[in-house]
Design a protein around this ligand. Structure first.
Ligand SMILES: *[C@@H]1O[C@H](CO)[C@@H](O)[C@H](O)[C@H]1NC(C)=O
Ligand SMILES: *[C@@H]1O[C@H](CO)[C@@H](O)[C@H](O)[C@H]1NC(C)=O
Ligand SMILES: *[C@@H]1O[C@H](CO)[C@@H](O)[C@H](O)[C@H]1NC(C)=O
Ligand SMILES: *[C@@H]1O[C@H](CO)[C@@H](O)[C@H](O)[C@H]1NC(C)=O
Ligand SMILES: *[C@@H]1O[C@H](CO)[C@@H](O)[C@H](O)[C@H]1NC(C)=O
Ligand SMILES: *[C@@H]1O[C@H](CO)[C@@H](O)[C@H](O)[C@H]1NC(C)=O
Ligand SMILES: *[C@@H]1O[C@H](CO)[C@@H](O)[C@H](O)[C@H]1NC(C)=O
Ligand SMILES: *[C@@H]1O[C@H](CO)[C@@H](O)[C@H](O)[C@H]1NC(C)=O
Ligand SMILES: *[C@@H]1O[C@H](CO)[C@@H](O)[C@H](O)[C@H]1NC(C)=O
Length: 540
C-alpha cells in the first residue's frame, strides 16, 4: 500500500485513481506523497459527484437519502448523531424480496451505484425482487461525522463503529420508508450484505458480530487478515505478470538496492536516468515502484477504468526487449541472453521520467513526490482532506505496509523501501510516536483466516494482489475451503465479481458462473429465512 497507482497520462490520471479507489476499491496505497495522493482524490471526488447525480436519472433510479446515525455506538447514553448517506432503489422490489445492502467501503458511496445498475447489486435485486441499497461508510464521501479531521475527531473512525452503523441502519431503516414497507426490517425481511475488499471484510465481520441482523453475506476479496508487514501484496504480480516485464522490474529493484548501498556516481547516474535525482533515496525507490499499484485494477472487462493500465505499462517497457516469440517467455527467461534487460531498464527509466513530469508539472519535485514535507500534513484537517481517512484506518487498525520482500525471497519492491520508512507516514500525518503499534488485533478478533460463519460466501481471485489477506491466502490454514460457499475465480483480480455488464449471459463464462451461483445461493438464503421465521414471503 505504499504506492498508490497512478497513471502517467494526465487524461488517465483520473481513470487510474478511480480504479485504485473505487473499482479496485479503495484499498489503494495511501502512502505516496500527499500531493499526489490528494490530487487523485480530488479528481476522484469530482467524478464521484457526477456519478452520484447520474444515479438519479438512470432507468433504475437510486435515490440519495440521509439516515440519522449514532456517532458513538459504544456509549448508549450518548444520543449525538450524524447524517449517513445511502442510496435506495426499489425498481425490482416484490414483497418478500430481500434487502441487498452494498457496502460503500473506504470511498464515497457514489462510486458504487454503478454496481446496482450493471453489477452484482443489479443481478441480485432483479433476480430476487430485492430492494437495493448502497450504504456509505461513516466519514467517507459526504457522511461526515465530525466538523473536521483532527486526531481527536478521527476517534470515531474505526471498523467496530462502522459495523455497528450497519446494524443500526438495518434495524431502523423502516422508520424512513413508506408505511407499506414497514416490514422491511431484519426480523421480517432478510438483509444480505455485499462488500468488496475492505468493504468485503466488513460483510464477513457482520456475520460474526451481527448475525441476527445480516442474514447472509457475500464477501468479495475480503481482507480478513490484517498485519503490519504485507510485503506479499506484490507476490501475485510476480506470479502472473508478463515474465519479461517482471524481469525488468526485478532487475531495477536489484540495482536500486545495490547502487544505493554503495552510493557514489553510479547511483547518482541511475537516479538521474529515472529523473528522480532530487528525491531522497527511499522516496525515489518508492516513487519508481508506485507503478506496481496498477496491477490491482486488472479486470476481465477491459472497459473498466484502469483495466488495461498495467498492460500498457508492460507493453511499453518490454518494447524491443524480447525476442519475437513471446509465447516462449519462460524458456527465454531461463536463458537470460534472449532478453535485453539493459534496454528494459532504460525503457522503465524513460517511462518513469515522463510520469514524474506529468504528475508534478513544474512544481518542485522534492515537494511533489517526496515525503520530507509530510509532517506539515498533520495540520491539514479540513473535511476536504478525505485522503487522510484510509491512512488513518491503516495506521490504527489494519497495517498493510508493503515493503520489499524479506531477504532470500525475490522482490519486486526494492528492499530500501522498508518498514521504518513506511511507518513514518503515520508519524507524520497523525503525530504517532515512533514506537507506535498498529493494533491489528482489532481486526483479527473477528477470526482472521479462520473466520467462517453460516451463510458467509467468500469470492476471491487468483490474480488479486490482496490475495494473501483473503480467505484463499496461501498462508491460510483454511485456504482449501471446499464448501460451495467459497469461490476462487481463475484469472480475476480485486473483487472482479462486483462489476458486471447488466446482462450475465454476455460475460465471460467464469464470471457468469460466479454471478449465477451468487443468485442461487442468496435465493436459498431467502427461502431459508422465511422457513425459519415462519412467514410467507413470496420470492419470485
Ligand atoms: C436528469 O434529467 C433531467 C431531465 O432530462 C435533466 O434536466 C437533469 O439535468 C438530469 N440530471 C442529471 C444529474 O443528469
Ligand atoms: C457525545 O458524543 C459527542 C461526540 O459526538 C461528544 O462531543 C459529547 O461530549 C458526548 N456527550 C457525552 C454526554 O458524553
Ligand atoms: C437519549 O435518548 C434516550 C431515548 O430517546 C433518552 O431516554 C435519553 O434521555 C437521551 N439521553 C440524553 C443524554 O439526552
Ligand atoms: C475541530 O473541531 C473541533 C470540534 O469537534 C473544534 O473544537 C476544533 O477547534 C476544530 N479544530 C480545527 C483545527 O479546526
Ligand atoms: C407502496 O406505496 C406507494 C405509494 O405510497 C406505491 O407507489 C408503491 O408501489 C407501494 N409499494 C408496494 C411494495 O406496495
Ligand atoms: C514508452 O514510453 C515512453 C516514455 O513515456 C515513450 O516515449 C515511448 O514512445 C513509449 N513507447 C511505446 C512503444 O509505447
Ligand atoms: C525544492 O524543495 C526542497 C524542500 O522544500 C528545497 O530544499 C529545494 O531547495 C527546492 N528546490 C528548488 C529548485 O526550489
Ligand atoms: C486457525 O485454525 C487452525 C487450525 O485449522 C489453528 O491451528 C489456528 O491456531 C487457528 N488460528 C487462529 C488465529 O485461531
Ligand atoms: C450447498 O451445500 C449445502 C450443504 O452441503 C446444501 O444444502 C446447499 O443446497 C448447497 N447450496 C448450493 C447453492 O448449491
Amino acid at each position: 500500500m505504499p504506492n498508490l497507482p497512478f497513471d502517467t497520462m494526465r487524461g488517465s490520471l483520473l481513470a487510474a485513481a478511480l480504479t485504485a479507489l473505487v473499482s479496485a476499491e479503495g484499498l489503494g496505497t495511501p502512502f505516496q506523497p500527499p500531493q499526489l495522493w490528494k490530487r487523485q482524490n480530488d479528481a476522484l471526488h469530482a467524478e464521484l459527484r457526477k456519478r452520484a447525480e447520474s444515479g438519479l436519472n438512470d432507468t433504475i433510479p437510486y435515490i440519495p437519502k440521509w439516515f440519522t446515525q449514532k456517532v458513538d455506538h459504544t456509549d448508549p447514553s450518548n444520543n449525538s448523531t450524524f447524517k449517513q448517506r445511502y442510496w435506495i432503489g426499489t425498481t425490482f422490489y416484490k414483497p418478500g424480496g430481500p434487502v441487498i445492502v452494498l457496502e460503500g467501503g473506504e470511498t464515497s458511496g457514489a462510486g458504487r451505484i454503478q454496481y446496482m445498475h450493471t453489477g452484482i447489486g443489479r443481478y441480485l435485486t432483479e433476480a430476487l425482487g430485492g430492494i437495493g441499497i448502497v450504504l456509505e461508510h461513516r466519514y467517507y464521501g459526504q457522511s461526515y461525522v465530525t466538523p473536521n479531521l483532527t486526531v481527536e475527531n478521527l476517534k470515531y473512525l474505526n471498523t467496530a463503529q462502522s459495523l455497528a452503523d450497519n446494524a443500526f441502519f438495518a434495524e431502523n431503516l423502516w422508520r424512513d420508508l413508506p408505511a407499506n414497507l414497514s416490514h422491511v426490517r431484519p426480523s421480517q425481511t432478510p438483509f444480505i450484505s455485499y462488500g468488496g475488499s475492505y468493504a468485503g471484510s466488513k460483510s464477513a465481520f457482520l456475520r460474526v458480530v451481527y448475525p441476527e441482523v445480516y442474514y447472509g453475506s457475500l464477501a468479495s476479496s475480503a481482507v480478513i487478515w490484517a498485519g503490519e508487514n504485507f510485503w506479499e501484496y506484490n507476490e501475485p504480480v510476480r506470479a502472473y505478470g508478463d515474465p519479461v516485464c517482471i524481469a525488468i522490474l526485478e532487475e531495477t529493484a536489484r540495482r536500486i538496492d545495490t547502487y544505493s548501498a554503495s552510493g557514489g556516481s553510479v547511483w547518482q547516474q541511475f537516479k538521474e536516468l529515472f529523473g528522480v535525482k532530487s528525491l531522497e533515496d527511499r522516496d525515489s525507490a518508492s516513487y519508481i515502484f508506485n507503478v506496481l499499484g496498477r496491477w490491482q485494477s486488472g479486470n476481465w472487462n477491459k472497459l473498466e477504468s484502469g483495466a488495461t493500465s498495467w498492460d500498457r505499462f508492460c507493453t511499453n517497457i518490454t518494447t524491443g526487449v524480447r525476442d519475437e516469440a513471446p509465447e516462449h517467455d519462460q524458456e527465454i527467461l531461463e536463458k537470460k541472453e534472449a532478453i535485453d534487460l539493459e534496454a528494459g531498464v532504460r525503457n522503465f527509466a524513460a517511462w518513469t521520467k515522463r510520469s514524474l513530469r506529468e504528475s508534478c508539472g513544474d512544481s518542485n519535485i522534492t515537494q511533489c513526490a517526496g515525503t520530507a514535507g509530510n509532517r506539515a500534513y498533520s495540520q491539514r484537517v479540513s473535511l476536504t482532506d478525505g485522503w487522510k481517512l484510509w491512512p488513518w484506518q491503516v495506521c490504527t487498525e489494519w497495517g498493510y505496509f508493503m515493503p520489499g520482500a524479506p531477504a532470500g525471497s525475490p522482490t519486486l519492491m526494492p528492499r530500501i523501501v522498508d518498514m521504518p520508512y513506511l511507518r513514518q507516514s503515520c508519524q507524520d500525518y497523525f503525530g504517532m510516536p515512533s514506537d507506535f503499534q498498529v493494533d491489528v488485533s482489532k481486526v483479527l478478533q473477528y477470526g482472521g483466516y479462520n473466520l467462517t460463519a453460516p451463510r458467509l460466501m467468500y469470492i476471491d481471485g487468483t490474480h488479486d494482489p490482496w490475495l494473501y489477506a483473503t480467505a484463499h491466502s496461501p498462508h491460510s490454514p483454511q485456504k482449501d475451503r471446499d464448501d460451495n460457499l467459497s469461490v476462487f475465480i481463475p484469472e480475476a483480480w480485486h473483487h472482479n465479481d462486483e462489476n458486471g455488464l447488466g446482462d450475465i449471459s454476455k460475460e465471460p463464462q467464469r464470471i457468469q458462473d460466479v454471478h449465477n451461483l451468487q443468485i442461487k445461493i442468496v435465493r436459498g438464503w431467502v427461502e431459508e429465512f422465511y422457513k425459519e421465521n415462519g412467514q410467507t414471503g413470496t420470492t419470485p
